[in-house]
Write a protein that binds this ligand. Structure first.
Ligand SMILES: Nc1ncnc2c1ncn2[C@@H]1O[C@H](COP(=O)(O)OP(=O)(O)O)[C@@H](O)[C@H]1O
Ligand SMILES: [Mg+2]
Length: 290
């Protein structure tokens, strides 16, 4: 990286320092196929409906499908932005409810881990948009790699999605253990998806929370229990988000409630972070010698 580039990134971070920044949220899961993308998409759309400005970033490299669920097709990805030094606005798509969306593209994690110049360009572009949004939401791939974990660790909050299946719960546990092993102060929320019974679902979450506290020494919060609902699959087939396609369905009502609860919690506990996503990500990468 040239001295000039590093200097302009530093200046950008400094000039953004005292302004309102988007809150960064990472959606993660242990196992794939638990409903993470569906929840991230519909949760983002609900936040938009509540008047929030949201940017959804598809970082599920290789399995990214946010665009399919939104009925859109990303023409350009973060990879294109880095290769051609495009402004971030050039790769942004607009979805329903004015939700903004960008796709990662495949090979992104390798680029970030080997090319500091590109990483800095990404951070610079990220700093461009942090003031334009209230939330920047990452849909991460299942499991965690050493390259993607930094995005999770640098986020303001992390939402772990699981189903009630023991295998999914076990994998969610391992994922939380992995995150907490690096950083035990990041707020972690859990969403239980595909539950056949809300009361039973809440009990499952409760037991899971106790297990985490007992063995990992951290408290995680329950963000909500979402029902098993055929409306999810029919919406996926129609390539339309279920909150738009069938807003009377149980799943749409439940995610609406979940997003409202989340927003209420945000208003109540609005603490100003001492550092920003970009500062934290920069710090993590330089600690790893990148
Ligand atoms: N609440 C639900 N009820 C019924 N089916 C669901 C539900 N959530 C997810 N699914 C099914 O699981 C599939 C995978 O969901 P997806 O969001 O792509 O998972 P992930 O991003 O975790 O891999 C969906 O296409 C849908 O068929
Ligand atoms: Mg997914």
């Amino acid at each position: 990286m040239t001295h000039d580039q590093a200097e302009s990134l530093r200046r950008k971070i400094e000039s953004n320092k005292n302004t309102k920044h988007a809150k960064t949220i990472s959606f993660v899961s242990g196992k794939g196929g638990v409903g993470k993308t569906n929840i991230a998409v519909n949760f983002s759309l609900e936040l938009c409906k509540q008047g929030q400005r949201v940017l959804l970033v598809d970082l599920d490299i290789g399995m990214g499908n946010v665009d399919i669920l939104l009925g859109l097709q990303a023409k350009k990805t973060i990879i294109d932005m880095l290769e051609a030094k495009l402004p971030i606005y050039d790769i942004m798509e607009v979805g329903p409810n004015n939700l903004k969306y960008i796709a990662g593209g495949s090979g992104l994690s390798t680029i970030f881990s080997v090319d500091q110049q590109k990483m800095n360009y990404f951070l610079m572009q990220y700093e461009e948009v942090v003031q334009q949004f209230d939330y920047i939401i990452f849909d991460m791939g299942a499991g965690a790699t050493h390259a993607s974990i930094d995005f999770v660790l640098a986020s303001d909050e992390c939402i772990v999605v699981t189903t009630p299946e023991p295998t999914s719960i076990t994998d969610a546990y391992s994922m939380i253990k992995f995150i907490v092993g690096f950083k035990n102060t990041i707020p972690i929320y859990v969403v239980l998806n595909r539950s056949n019974n809300v009361k039973k679902g809440l009990n499952t979450v409760n037991r899971f929370q106790k297990l985490i506290t007992q063995f990992l020494g951290v408290d995680i919060k329950c963000l909500g229990v979402l029902p098993e609902d055929k409306a999810v699959t029919s919406a996926v087939i129609k390539q339309a988000p279920f909150v738009m396609e069938n807003n009377k369905s149980n799943i749409a009502k439940a995610i609406k409630q979940l997003s409202e609860n989340y927003q209420e919690r945000q208003v109540k506990t609005n603490v100003k972070e001492s550092s920003t996503f970009v500062e934290r990500l920069k710090g993590l990468l330089s600690n790893r010698g990148r």
